[in-house]
Design a protein. Structure first.
Length: 152
C-alpha cells in the first residue's frame, strides 16, 4: 500500500521533531548524538535562510524524513546549483517512497529556482542510497575527484 506522503518546507515549529531526525541522520554517519546541537544548528539554518529544508509527512503523522539543500554556484558552468547535503528517512518509513518523494520535490524546487544542477555525495558503502540516486538519474562523477581539508 502506497503511503500518502506530503512534502513541505520545514518551519521553526517542527524543530523538536526535525532535530530528532537530524540527530538520527548524524548517528547514521557515526557521529555522537547531540540533540541540542542539532536543534541549534537547524534553528540557525532556518533563521538565516541559508539552506532549504523539506520535510516529509505521512498523512497527519509526525515527520518521516527530511532533505536539506544548500544553494551554491558552479563557476565552470556559470550557474546556480544546489548541494543536496542531507537526506534521511526514519527507519520505520524506509522502503515506502519517502526518500524518492523528497528527492523528486528537491529537483522540482531546484528547477523552479533556476538551478542548473543538484549535486550530492554519499559514502561509497551506502548502496541503498546509491540505488535511489541512480534510479532518479543521478550520475557518478567520473571526471573530478573531490577532496576535503578538515579544519577541526
Amino acid at each position: 500500500m502506497k503511503a500518502d506522503i506530503h512534502i513541505e518546507r520545514a518551519t521553526i515549529g517542527e524543530l523538536p521533531r526535525l532535530a530528532q531526525l537530524f540527530d538520527g541522520y548524524r548517528r547514521f554517519y557515526r557521529m555522537k548524538s547531540d540533540i541540542s546541537g542539532a536543534r541549534e544548528f537547524l534553528a540557525a539554518r532556518l533563521r538565516h535562510k541559508d539552506s532549504i529544508i523539506l520535510v516529509a509527512r505521512i498523512g497527519d503523522e509526525s515527520l518521516a524524513g527530511f532533505v536539506q539543500l544548500y544553494p551554491s554556484f558552479s563557476s565552470v558552468r556559470m550557474g546556480p546549483i544546489w548541494i543536496l547535503n542531507d537526506l534521511y528517512v526514519h527507519r520505520e518509513w524506509r522502503g515506502r517512497g519517502v526518500g524518492q518523494r523528497l528527492m523528486e520535490e528537491s529537483r522540482i524546487l531546484a528547477v523552479q529556482n533556476g538551478c542548473i544542477a543538484l549535486e550530492l555525495a554519499t559514502e561509497k558503502t551506502n548502496t541503498s542510497a546509491k540505488r535511489l540516486y541512480e534510479k532518479l538519474g543521478y550520475a557518478l562523477d567520473e571526471v573530478f575527484d573531490h577532496y576535503e581539508l578538515a579544519l577541526t
